[in-house]
Design a protein around this ligand. Structure first.
Ligand code: SF4
Length: 433
């Protein structure tokens, strides 16, 4: 099969995986004339084509042949999608050629499971090994790993990759049994815990090596700086409380960098076990907002969703929805309240809160000061007290406060833009290879 046709099939098959962001990768570059590529400091910026493919990374599968039968996946054994398979050499060539032409900043490599999990992982690791060892590639590498693969292979993948991910996809074993019968929650978590241990060991050893500069110790072999997973939303009837509870467990126990929430999108020739319609897009957005509250604002899942069967409010962001149902805690005085309480005020982000804490050391803050500190007063106004502002009790307690924050009907836009020029360049290049 022609390389271009393979790329078409395997890049399209990879677009359903959302877990490819690179924030927090360790900086590597080729300054000084050694190696090729760079991870670009604070992380790589991605652009997405209209069909959802991330094009600043070469995001492909090694193969979309898979012996598993996950019902939500287009590559499942029982799907009649066209199949293709790259050799490790082809992926290496494509990555280097695309990189040199500035089409990509790194590689996101995943694969269907062929032969056995170990056999598949060996191929994925081989691509990474050749890039790093034979071509001294310093660009970003994100490898998808397979929980069932041997720990030695996961260890090797971690040594070459900047980020590794293990996708659980569904938040409970009951849902997995129904829609992805070969996947296992306990095994996935065990593999994630092993990766976490290796990341911690590498970080601690690197720290120790830094502290004894006069007597340099041998640095341990490098290991990926983080791991992530993806949960599909809307393919089963799992509640948002269950999804967020699982994500929270992974953040705590496996110290994941990110959990990605991917709204289920109907695939061609879908299984009868799947819903006919995708969930509303805003559900995925609300989950990301709630995830942010868990990680950076000190919220607990049970505070946001006390009922394990409940979903997030689609009309309001989760912090605002929480504040409206805990009005007895407001208004909060920005000149006196501790950091943790300020975090709970809608419209006050963590950056705003730090600015407020720094500014109030010098003088009492008025509304104009908050405006200068970029606080969103439309949202925060009813929930805070400033030197010249105290919301009327009738406003905070009134039934109309929720309506005040609801958005009116929105006019949708029609987008008839031209196809992305970068796609043409990719097509031209694969024709030459
Ligand atoms: S194991 Fe991965 S590629 Fe295979 S069917 Fe399941 S989700 Fe798809």
């Amino acid at each position: 099969m022609e390389l271009l046709r393979k790329l078409e099939i395997l890049a399209d098959a990879a677009k359903y995986d959302a877990s490819c962001a690179s924030s927090g990768a360790a900086r590597k570059d080729s300054r000084g004339g050694r190696g090729v590529g760079s991870t670009g400091g604070m992380g790589i910026c991605h652009s997405y084509t209209p069909d959802g493919r991330c094009i600043s990374l070469l995001k492909v599968l090694l193969t979309n042949v898979c012996q598993f039968d996950c019902h939500y996946c287009i590559n499942r054994r029982s799907s009649d999608t066209p199949r293709a398979r790259f050799t490790p050499d082809e992926v290496v060539r494509l990555t280097l050629e695309f990189y040199k032409r500035n089409l990509i900043e790194g590689l996101f490599l995943s694969s269907g499971i062929v032969g056995s999990p170990d056999r598949t992982m060996e191929q994925v690791v081989e691509v990474a090994r050749r890039l790093r060892e034979e071509h001294d590639f310093r660009g970003y590498l994100h490898l998808k790993t397979i929980p069932e693969a041997s720990p030695e292979l996961i260890e090797r993948a971690g040594r070459y990759a900047d980020r590794i991910s293990l996708n659980l996809e569904l938040p409970s074993q009951t849902s997995l049994d129904r829609l992805a019968p070969e996947k296992n929650l306990a095994r996935t978590k065990q593999a994630m815990t092993g990766i976490r241990r290796r990341i911690d060991e590498t970080r601690d050893a690197a720290r120790a090596a830094r502290q004894v500069r006069d007597r340099p110790r041998a640095r341990p072999p490098a290991f990926a700086t983080g791991q992530s997973t993806q949960l599909i939303v809307g393919a089963d009837d799992s509640s948002d409380a269950l999804v967020l509870g699982r994500a929270d467990e992974f953040y705590r126990d496996c110290r994941l960098r990110r959990v990605y929430y991917s709204g289920f999108s109907p695939i061609p020739s879908p299984s009868v076990l799947l819903p006919l319609r995708p969930p509303p897009l805003v559900r995925e957005h609300r989950l990301y907002q709630a995830d942010w509250l868990l990680r950076f604002y000190g919220f607990d899942v049970r505070e946001l969703l006390p009922d394990p069967a409940a979903n997030l409010d689609l009309e309001l962001d989760p912090k605002l929805a929480w504040a409206l149902s805990h009005r007895e805690l407001f208004p909060v005085d920005v000149n006196r309240a501790p950091r943790e309480l300020l975090w709970r005020v809608p419209g006050l982000g963590t950056v705003n809160v730090e600015r407020v804490l720094a500014a109030r050391r010098h003088s009492r803050l008025h509304l104009a000061d908050l405006r200068r500190l970029r606080v969103n007063l439309t949202k925060a106004g009813p929930f805070l007290i400033a030197a010249d502002h105290c919301p009327r009790p009738a406003l905070l307690d009134g039934a109309g406060l929720r309506e005040r924050f609801l958005r009116g009907p929105q006019q949708l836009e029609l987008n008839f833009g031209p196809p992305p020029a970068r796609a043409d360049a990719v097509m031209a290049l694969t024709g030459q290879l």
